[in-house]
Design a protein around this ligand. Structure first.
Ligand SMILES: Nc1ncnc2c1ncn2[C@@H]1O[C@H](COP(=O)(O)OP(=O)(O)O)[C@@H](O)[C@H]1O
Ligand SMILES: [Mg+2]
Length: 357
């Protein structure tokens, strides 16, 4: 285990709001942050010590970045695996590139989960519309077509209710790397934010309930309103996943919860801190961001208990204009990500309300 002490510099790939909140947690523990991302105007850089603007394929800029930092991490999962591998030759990178390889492709992700004995939606990879039609006879309708790579916030997805929808769905996705998933008629979506230290210790926050609007996370409620037995089961599955990839840092596991068996299916994993974990900033002794910094720096992990029920609401697009009104509620924890452009569907901030037990 390599401990990197306060005063050291954490290199961070990506400059979004997750990076911003991670840099703030790093600063609280006495670390500096050096952001690496292509965008000049980005939320993370505003609260970091240094920034390099470069493409993720620019090996000479990456080499210089590696020599300027003590450890590297990332705040989004579409970093090329080759970038992480090249950096790993010069400096420790957490989490490792193996998890990127698995999670960047929905096919390898679901195959990996099933091999661990963890249930997912039924799925099959297809590369043309005829293949899709025959797979759909097996999986049956309704089903969800997803691009295998680069999907987020519901982008790169189409629901097909019958064979008549197929041609149109195929056209809109315009890719020949598609995965078809059976549609899960779930009661609830939950996620588990897990952290694993360099010594292999794993801790999980209590499962959180997630509600989406227009395929974008709208509200998270912690703890999720499910039985203790199901919470325990979700935590066991998340722990199994994080242990199996020799992971260091925070990993998020999204589940569908159904009344009938299997009650839990994993939808996807995210090798990073997550929007559904923002409530931990105010509700827990150590937030998901701080846990991640502790793990990658080889520090002891922090506490995951919570002081009461938490409700986090995203401020998306014009929601951010409600900020003056929201600020009048002195019990609301308000977060603005410092993004200058208000665009529909863009995550611009969030608020959290804690009801102390
Ligand atoms: N197989 C499915 N059955 C039912 N709903 C689904 C299925 N797959 C995705 N969804 C819905 O779409 C949302 C986004 O899908 P997800 O696979 O998590 O992609 P993203 O990468 O965009 O988060 C999920 O949170 C869920 O609400
Ligand atoms: Mg998702």
């Amino acid at each position: 285990m390599k401990t990197i002490g306060p005063g050291s510099t954490i290199g961070m790939l990506g400059g979004g709001q997750l990076g911003r909140m991670m840099a703030m947690a790093a600063a609280q523990l006495g670390y500096k942050t050096h952001v690496y991302c292509p965008e000049i105007d980005n939320p993370a850089e505003q609260v970091s010590d240094q920034a390099t603007h470069g493409k993720y394929e620019d090996m000479s800029a990456l080499k210089k970045f590696a020599s300027a930092v003590d450890v590297v991490t990332y705040e989004f999962e579409n970093i090329p695996v080759s970038t992480v591998e090249a950096l790993s030759e010069k400096v420790a990178v957490f989490p490792n590139s193996k998890v990127l390889q698995i999670s960047q492709d929905r096919l390898s992700e679901k195959t990996f989960l099933n091999e661990l004995g963890i249930k997912t939606a039924p799925f099959s990879a297809v590369s043309n519309v005829d293949e899709a039609a025959s797979v759909l006879e097996e999986i049956s309708y309704p089903a969800v077509l997803k691009t295998r790579r680069f999907g987020y916030d519901g982008k790169g997805q189409a629901i097909v209710k019958s064979v008549n929808d197929l041609e149109q769905a195929w056209q809109t996705l315009s890719s020949d790397q598609i995965i078809i998933e059976g549609f899960i008629d779930f009661d609830m979506e939950i996620s588990v934010i897990a952290v694993r230290g360099q010594d292999g210790e794993v801790r999980c926050f209590t499962p959180v309930e997630n509600r989406h609007k227009n395929h974008i996370l709208d509200i998270s409620i912690a703890p999720a309103r499910i039985s203790d037995a199901l919470k325990e089961k979700a935590i066991i599955q998340a722990t199994k996943i994080i242990n199996n990839i020799d992971y260091v840092g925070v990993l998020t596991v999204e589940f569908f919860v159904s009344q009938n068996d299997p009650k839990l299916r994993v939808n996807e994993i995210a090798p990073r801190v997550h929007n559904s974990g923002h409530w931990t900033i105010e509700a827990c002794p150590s937030s998901q961001f701080e846990q991640h910094i502790r793990a990658i720096c080889g520090l002891p992990l922090g506490g995951t208990s919570f002081i009461g029920e938490a409700r986090m609401t995203n401020l998306i697009g014009e929601d951010i204009l409600k900020l003056p009104e929201l600020l009048k509620d002195g019990n609301l924890n308000v977060h603005h990500y410092g993004k200058s452009e208000v665009r529909a569907g863009r995550k611009l901030g969030h608020v959290t309300k804690i009801s102390v037990k």
